[in-house]
Design a protein around this ligand. Structure first.
Ligand SMILES: Cc1cc2nc3c(=O)[nH]c(=O)nc-3n(C[C@H](O)[C@H](O)[C@H](O)COP(=O)(O)OP(=O)(O)OC[C@H]3O[C@@H](n4cnc5c(N)ncnc54)[C@H](O)[C@@H]3O)c2cc1C
Length: 328
């Protein structure tokens, strides 16, 4: 059984190492883009074993089994077939094909689940029109099977293009209510983007942001990111547009629970969202309180960049993983 709270396993030496966390965070984010290390890690058995901490297996069937288990616990899911930055149309089409199969499987098994994808996975880096066509087809499919497509937010070079594409897809015949995107509280621009998307009734998932961004465009200090997160989350919860509150930050969750009580926010106005393998205790607590919880379920052989971003958020995870790998 995996632990959600890795802190309790740390020795004094580990704790010293963790005091340099901002440095470690930058190092892990830089390593997440290292192609050589990625190729080595994704092919090694120890790498695959360690990835199991945050990745729900290598195949669609394994991910669907995780969704079934989550659904039995009263938790909804969003499935992410991991993969970023494809460089050819056949690769983009192959990524999309996995999503089409997932949408069909979700419908066939009657799962409480939808899908999350990245535009770089759908050809955005070399042919934005192709990416839009591919995602448009996905939204059409989602509409046909009564599902939903969430476009994840990548680094800031993608921000405007992702928002603009979501807006265009939302206005198409099968778009309304079938497509949404993600906004990151660390970006200064996000407050404006929240209003922009809310005006159009577009569903937003709010997260803090997982990429390394310069202080010219993003709050460099965590307390400022957290304060902005709370402000924007409160705006979303009271907006009348269903939203996803994506965080594992229990202090923030508690503040938002107080906000819902004080402002009579209905429980079905939003859902909490968390990542697979993180803070399952908090997920269970929220379910017991009657709130909706959706878990983001990533899977697939291209797990390395996602996995490294999770280590960047909490470098203590590395100590936990290495200790476990050495034990097994
Ligand atoms: C459903 C979902 C979807 C997301 N989609 C996107 C996206 O599209 N684009 C994007 O940029 N980012 C995305 N993220 C990531 C997000 O931006 C943050 O990087 C991540 O959620 C960590 O921030 P936090 O709000 O949990 O708060 P933090 O302040 O980072 O963490 C608060 C507490 O949560 C726990 N925790 C957080 N991360 C971890 C971890 N990796 N391992 C163990 N414990 C942890 C710890 O207890 C920590 O003290 C998503 C996150 C979620 C939950």
């Amino acid at each position: 059984m995996q632990s959600d709270s890795v802190g309790e396993y740390l020795s004094a030496n580990d704790a010293v190492a963790l005091r340099s966390q901002p440095l470690l965070r930058s190092a892990f984010i830089a390593l997440s883009q290292n192609r050589l290390l990625r190729r080595f890690a994704e092919r090694s058995s120890i790498g695959r074993r360690m990835s199991g901490r945050f990745v729900a297996g290598m195949s669609i069937d394994e991910a669907l089994a995780v969704c079934e288990r989550l659904n039995r616990e009263g938790i909804a899911a969003t499935l992410d077939a991991l993969g970023e930055s494809v460089t050819t149309e056949p690769e983009a089409r192959a990524s999309a094909d996995v999503y089409h199969r997932m949408l069909d499987a979700i419908a066939a098994r009657g799962l409480n689940a939808n899908v999350s994808l990245k535009l770089s996975q759908m050809g955005m880096d070399f042919d934005p029109d192709l990416a839009e066509k591919i995602v448009g087809e996905m939204v059409e499919h989602a509409s046909a099977v009564d599902s939903f497509v969430r476009i994840d937010m990548e680094g800031s070079p993608y921000t405007e293009a992702t928002i603009a594409m979501t807006e265009r897809l939302q206005t198409r015949g099968d778009g309304p209510g079938r497509v949404g995107t993600v906004l990151q509280a660390y970006l200064y621009r996000t407050e404006g983007d929240v209003e922009r998307l809310l005006r159009q009734g577009i569903r937003i998932r709010l997260c803090k942001g997982a990429y390394k961004e310069p202080p010219a465009i993003a709050f460099p200090d965590k307390p400022d990111v957290d304060a902005n997160y709370i402000k924007l989350a409160e705006r979303l919860m009271n907006s009348g547009v269903f939203c996803g509150i994506a965080t594992h930050d229990e202090a923030i969750v508690d503040k938002l629970l107080t906000f819902t009580r004080e402002h009579d926010v209905p429980q079905d106005a939003f859902e909490f969202q968390m990542l697979y393998g993180i803070r399952r205790d908090l997920q269970r607590r929220l379910i017991e309180l009657g709130f909706g919880v959706r878990v983001y379920v990533p899977f697939g052989p291209e797990w390395y960049p996602y996995f490294m971003r999770r280590l960047a958020e909490r470098p203590a995870n590395l100590f936990f993983l290495v200790k476990n790998a050495l034990k097994s």
